[in-house]
Design a binder for this molecule. Structure first.
Ligand SMILES: Cc1ncc(COP(=O)(O)O)c(C=O)c1O
Length: 476
């Protein structure tokens, strides 16, 4: 029989905390009849967010074009959606069951280019766009392509979304973590970037790329335009490519902190040399179509010969899935004012984003009202990275096993939270954090009434946990 020892050691070493042991325990408890509130992963439709009618109507007509010939379809589907489906089928007569070009269906790539142009008012050509199976595949392609040897390293944020650490482990690349500034809304700080790159070089690594996640996962932060300019200048100075993960660009809740794309800021700075790879996805925003695996990779300041290698890489997997490509099309080319499906589209979009905004406040303010828990009210994304204090255990100390003890405490807290309340969150160690600090990441995706209940349960649990720990301490 094959055993785990027979497998690629890099696979065995890779970790992906958002689906780690706490989640496995949650699934066991659920199978045994316990109600679980899954706050471990940004999977909106798993938490009862409804798909947008427009996307699903379009997809259903394209998956089953016979519907276009049926009389009842005229009653069930708005005229503009039927016209759109007919038009798409005229450009894609083979439908969704055939491979497309490696980089994706040309008119969808053009629609992505038009979307970026509308968003940022900057020049963009469809040749810069590759359609991918979710943003994850775009990220993996960039890491694979830029990694020439195991001494090449990527600067990745701490805390980070574990796609980055896991992919680098799988592909045998170096990780050079840079800390985000918790006291300052999790922005990037140039001194910390410099520290990280210097340390990486000291360790005989060759830094090739900096990864930035904006809006942030797990932090829920939104980067200022100045912060992005600083990163671009830093990348230029150190000859790094930039990998900008912008999957949460529509998840902005504070009008005072708008989203700025790296592409736009780079264009405004007149920067034409720093290679920029940006990813976007149908999984987040207000679509939440995680299961459809759609997204795109936009490449900027990338010469043709390099682009050709990316196209070849994509061709090795033939192409991204077609329903995912259509979902991406529905994201970048939604109904416009005047079209029959527009009012419903707008209503659904506003309801989802409005509810996320209220839940961000509910969670942020709720957490800050609990002694020993703190977080920013998330201005973006779908998460809060909650700081956890359990004195005296989290008071500063210098025992040699302290980091492991704190990690165990954080895990114990998350596990007991799950077992006692059914709330499933992810320990901060899965994302990385400053030594001596404890966190957990939670989403604010559950329905609004459940969010209130969640904050109440969290308070009761946290107070009980602190009391128990205090009693232990007195006994010791
Ligand atoms: C920052 C970030 N990037 C990428 C992804 C992966 O998205 P996709 O479903 O498009 O692969 C996620 C998913 O949670 C994410 O949080």
């Amino acid at each position: 029989m094959i055993s785990p020892d027979d497998l690629n050691p890099r696979l065995r070493k890779a970790e992906y905390a958002v689906r780690g042991p706490i989640v496995l325990r949650a699934q066991e408890l659920e199978a045994a009849g316990k109600k679980i509130i899954y706050c471990n992963i940004g999977n909106p439709q798993a938490l009862r967010q409804r798909p947008l009618t427009f996307s699903r109507q379009l997809l259903s007509l394209l998956e089953y074009p016979t519907l276009l010939e049926r009389e009842e379809t005229a009653r069930l589907y708005p005229g503009d959606v039927r016209a759109r489906a007919t038009n798409i089928l005229s450009k894609l007569p083979e439908g969704l069951g055939a491979y497309s070009q490696s980089t994706g269906v040309p008119f969808i790539r053009q629609a992505v280019a038009d979307f970026i142009h509308r968003r940022d008012d900057i020049p963009v050509r469809k040749e810069q766009i590759i359609l991918t199976d979710g943003a994850s595949k775009g990220v993996q392609a960039v890491i694979l392509a830029l990694l020439r040897q195991s001494s090449d390293s990527f600067l990745i944020p701490i805390p980070q979304y574990p796609l980055y650490s896991a992919t680098l482990t799988l592909q045998g690349g170096g990780q050079a973590g840079y800390f985000l500034d918790e006291e300052n809304g999790w922005q990037l700080r140039e001194e910390l970037l410099t520290e990280s790159i210097e340390l990486s070089r000291k360790n005989k690594q060759n830094p090739v790329c900096i990864v930035v996640i904006n809006p942030g996962n797990p932090t829920g932060s939104v980067l200022s335009r100045d912060n992005i300019s600083m990163v671009i200048r830093f990348a230029k100075k150190h000859r790094l490519a930039i990998l900008a993960d912008e999957v949460y660009q529509e998840n902005i809740y504070d009008p005072g902190r708008p989203f700025h794309s790296f592409a736009k800021v780079m264009h405004e700075l007149g920067e034409a040399e720093v290679p920029l790879f940006s990813v976007h996805s149908v999984s987040k925003g207000f679509l939440g179509e995680c299961g459809h695996r759609g997204g795109y990779l936009e490449c900027r300041n990338i010469p043709e010969g390099v682009m050709a290698e990316f196209v070849k890489l994509q061709s090795i997997a033939l192409c991204s899935n077609l329903p995912g490509q259509i979902s991406t099309y529905a994201m970048v080319a939604p109904p416009v004012e005047g079209e029959e499906s527009y009012p419903q589209y707008l209503k659904e979009k506003q309801a989802i984003l409005g509810s996320l905004k209220r839940k961000a406040v509910l969670l942020g303010e709720g957490v800050n009202g609990i002694d020993g828990l703190s977080a920013d009210v998330p201005p973006g994304a779908m998460y809060a990275f909650v700081r956890l204090e359990i004195p005296p255990y989290t008071d500063p100390g210098d025992s040699p096993d302290r980091e492991q003890e704190l990690k165990n405490l954080e895990f114990d807290y998350c596990l007991k939270l799950l077992e006692e309340t059914g709330i499933c969150v992810v320990p901060g160690s899965g994302f990385g954090q400053v030594a001596g600090t404890l966190h957990f990441r939670t989403t604010f995706l559950p329905p609004e009434e459940e969010m209130e209940e969640l904050v109440g349960k969290l308070r009761t649990f946290h107070e009980g946990y602190r009391r128990t720990m205090k009693a232990h301490e007195l006994q010791d």
